[in-house]
Design a protein around this ligand. Structure first.
Ligand code: FES
Ligand SMILES: [Fe+2]
Length: 400
């Protein structure tokens, strides 16, 4: 695998002193400079960060049946995910082996083969080149002067964790199950069995760099001002930060549901929706929001979970997709649609409320370096934001 050709290096963005400042204890550390949130730095991430990592790019339920396929763009890498006749999900570069036409441009259902729209080179669902019509003349589908061996689709390592589909472009990451073990342990209080996707899902377009989106989502410091409704009907305590490098960056709270008559829908726990989180040792429910590094997101609640994608669209936009999952028949029962919609819409609102912050922060990050203004982190709330930034830098640093 050849990475994107880039002559950009981490040293062009961060001096040795800035790297050292990023690695100081949280209260003394200086966060990434604003120039780490621009297009040039994104080029470096595209070449060196995203190919090395297991990246969530799609949901298994996007392509539920054999022959279903979908193009996905991972930080400028054109890929596709395909469900084979054996029901396994595979991923390929969405680039024809002839003269590089994009093979599929939109979500497709029940494909028997993948046929290139340009000259009709045809691949089976496992990526094998199986036909080259007209290659040797009007009626000849072969040419003794042209060897088609070795021209199957370029595959990409793929793995599934619940409904999230991950790819690892350079194929060098450890097996996905091993990679996700810290997250499985972190989420031991969540019963994933028989979780089913509900019809309620949503997509949001964030006007900012993907790191602005992630960093804002994994800290609860801004909740009283950014999302004041989240304090209605629930008492939040036992705040905790947790992370495992490369794998996840989380914040969680112990939640007591109070005053249901005044509660925001985000804090209403409809008893008809089966519980999926078990209480901790103190008998309290701990809920969390986390980033599955770099492009996944999880929000857990007492009786449902949101799984999400936070996919960079260039260096200045991020596409968010969130699906909601409830237990068993509650996921699709029409009598529970209003309860599901209320819960899901409440979290969509929270993410919508962040859009203005993302836009304004992204804009200022393009300017703050020239004003000599640095980023500081509150140790109680934001040490995992700093850990996230250190992880980004470590993946980009050729010396580590
Ligand atoms: S580019 Fe695909 S068949 Fe020619
Ligand atoms: Fe927020």
């Amino acid at each position: 695998m050849t990475a994107f050709v880039t002559d950009v290096t981490l040293g062009a963005f961060l001096s040795a002193d800035e790297l050292a400042a990023l690695r100081r204890p949280t209260g003394e550390a200086i966060g990434l400079p604003g120039r780490a949130y621009g297009e040039k730095f994104f080029e470096l991430e595209r070449g060196k960060l995203f190919p090395k990592s297991w990246c969530a790019v799609a949901f298994g339920t996007d392509i539920p049946e054999p022959g279903d396929a979908m193009p996905v763009d991972l930080a400028g890498w054109p890929l596709m995910v395909v469900r084979g006749q054996d029901r396994r999900v595979r991923a390929f570069h969405n680039i024809c082996r002839h003269r590089a036409m994009r093979l599929i441009g939109k979500k497709c259902e029940a494909l028997g083969v993948i046929a290139c729209p340009w000259h009709s080179w045809t691949y089976d669902l496992e990526g094998r080149l199986i036909a080259t019509p007209r290659i040797g003349g009007e009626t000849k589908s072969s040419d003794s002067a042209f060897d088609t061996r070795g021209l199957d689709l370029k595959s990409v390592a793929v793995g599934e964790w619940h409904d999230l589909v991950f790819v690892n472009i350079d194929g060098k990451a450890p097996p996905l199950a091993k990679h996700m073990k810290p997250l499985d342990e972190m989420m031991a209080n969540c019963d994933f069995s028989d979780l089913r996707k509900a019809p309620e899902s949503f997509t949001l377009d964030y006007p900012g760099n993907w790191k602005v989106s992630v960093e804002g989502a994994i800290e609860d410091y801004h909740i009283p001002w950014g999302h004041p409704q989240l304090n209605k009907g629930a008492k939040r305590g036992g705040f905790a930060l947790d992370f495992a490098p490369d794998c996840f960056y989380a914040n969680s709270v112990v939640r007591e549901y109070t005053a249901p008559q005044e509660a925001d829908p985000a804090n209403l726990q409809d008893p008809r929706l089966p519980r999926i989180l078990s209480p901790d040792v103190s008998g309290k429910i701990r809920t969390l929001f986390l980033n599955v590094f770099p492009t996944g997101g999880i929000q857990s609640r007492e009786n449902f979970i949101l799984l999400g994608l936070m996919l960079p669209d260039g260096g200045a936009r991020t596409l968010l997709r969130f699906n909601a999952y409830f237990k068993g028949a509650a996921a699709t029962d029409p009598d529970l649609a209003a309860a599901r919609q209320a819960a899901t819409a409440a979290w969509r609102l929270v993410l919508e409320q962040d859009i203005d912050f993302v836009r304004a922060v992204h804009d200022n990050y393009q300017r703050r370096d020239s004003a000599g203004i640095e980023a500081h982190m509150a140790p109680f709330w934001e040490s995992n934001v700093l850990e996230f930034q250190r992880n980004v830098v470590n993946l980009l640093d050729d010396r580590t």
